[in-house]
Design a protein around this ligand. Structure first.
Ligand SMILES: NC(=O)c1ccc[n+]([C@@H]2O[C@H](COP(=O)([O-])OP(=O)(O)OC[C@H]3O[C@@H](n4cnc5c(N)ncnc54)[C@H](OP(=O)(O)O)[C@@H]3O)[C@@H](O)[C@H]2O)c1
Length: 296
């Protein structure tokens, strides 16, 4: 499927994920759909279903999710399946495996090879697909090497259960380690205008040079949009919101950045997706650059 340029999400253009999956650079993150936080409160599942359907109507064709995004009996995978299955041609659903989580929601040790295999089979089952478009290995802080778990995912890719692999929460050495095992098409790391490091900048430049998507998580800060005078000033100049400026800043950094802001609010969804059309000028970027330098 080719993306429809008339749809709002496509105003920032498209990216060819893994060389064969065209996606709008404005995507959607599903983590906040079951609940606002790991401990709740729960979101209204009917509203979350509406948000997902509206996102796709607005042109979103890249949704980020994980089996461990759940609160009690409501999961992001379940909401996505309920809202969007059978999936329209060209909708790319990216998942993540790595963390362990028990049914009560408690975090467990990072998944070993068997647990990773089980997680991928769970993704397939819960999303109702025969093959996963993109699976990220989400590195946990206790893991300095990702070679073993990434090799387990590479096997599943060889078996035809995964189309493309990504990595998440990695540094340059861990990316190189993964690439020595199998091709990596996305890097998903914490990154925003207020949360930026020199190493992340280097990774972004490296991904851009090599056609790897760079997918910042917590693009809006993770828990609500920060209030900062520079963000406010740039937003006022454009008649935009701070959230829109944060998203537009990411999209302006590199053509390889894919935005996945998360929300369970229909109004915030419309607002975030409209940011695909917001063009920051040199003065805006210079003002925001000072902000990121001071945040480093
Ligand atoms: N790889 C990883 O380890 C990892 C970790 C975290 C997240 N992720 C992925 O990254 C995606 C994005 O991160 P995230 O959803 O946690 O955080 P985020 O996108 O930075 O921010 C979401 C938060 O901001 C609020 N929000 C969204 N739009 C807003 C707007 N226009 N105005 C005001 N508030 C707004 C949301 O609340 P409302 O619901 O009220 O709008 C929610 O609390 C996730 O959904 C997930 O797919 C990956």
């Amino acid at each position: 499927m080719t993306t429809n340029p008339a749809l709002p999400a496509n105003a920032a253009g498209t990216f060819l994920l893994g060389g064969d999956l065209p996606v709008s650079r404005m995507g959607f993150g599903a983590m906040k759909l079951p609940s606002r936080d790991w401990e709740g409160p729960a979101c209204d599942p009917e509203q979350s279903v509406r948000v997902l359907r509206r996102a796709v109507e607005l042109g979103v064709d890249h949704i980020d999710t994980a089996w461990f995004y759940f609160f009690r009996e409501v999961s992001a995978h379940g909401l996505i399946r309920r809202a969007l299955h059978p999936y329209r041609d060209g909708l790319v659903i990216a998942t993540k495996v790595g963390p362990g989580r028990d049914p009560e929601g408690r975090w467990l040790e990072p998944a070993d090879r068997e647990a990773l295999r089980a997680a991928v089979h769970r993704d397939l089952r819960e999303l109702g697909v025969d093959r996963l478009d993109v699976v990220h290995l989400r590195r946990m802080p206790s893991q300095s090497s990702i070679a073993e778990p990434f090799a387990a995912l590479a096997e599943l890719r060889e078996e035809g259960l995964i189309r493309h692999l990504g990595v998440s929460n990695v540094n340059e050495a861990q990316l190189a380690e993964a690439e020595a095992i199998a091709p990596v098409v996305t890097v998903q790391n914490k990154f925003s205008v207020l949360d930026r490091t020199a190493e992340q900048d280097r990774l972004l430049a490296d991904c851009t040079a090599r056609g790897i998507a760079f997918v910042p998580f917590y693009p809006l800060g993770g828990t609500g949009v920060p209030d900062h005078p520079a963000l406010r000033r740039v937003a006022e100049r454009h008649g935009a919101t701070r959230a829109q400026v944060m998203v537009a800043w990411l999209l302006a950094l590199s053509p390889s950045v894919l935005a996945i802001p998360g929300t369970s609010s229909p109004a915030h969804l419309e607002e975030n997706i409209a940011a695909a059309a917001l063009r920051l000028d040199a003065a805006d970027l210079a003002e925001l650059e000072k902000l990121t330098v001071s945040a480093k």
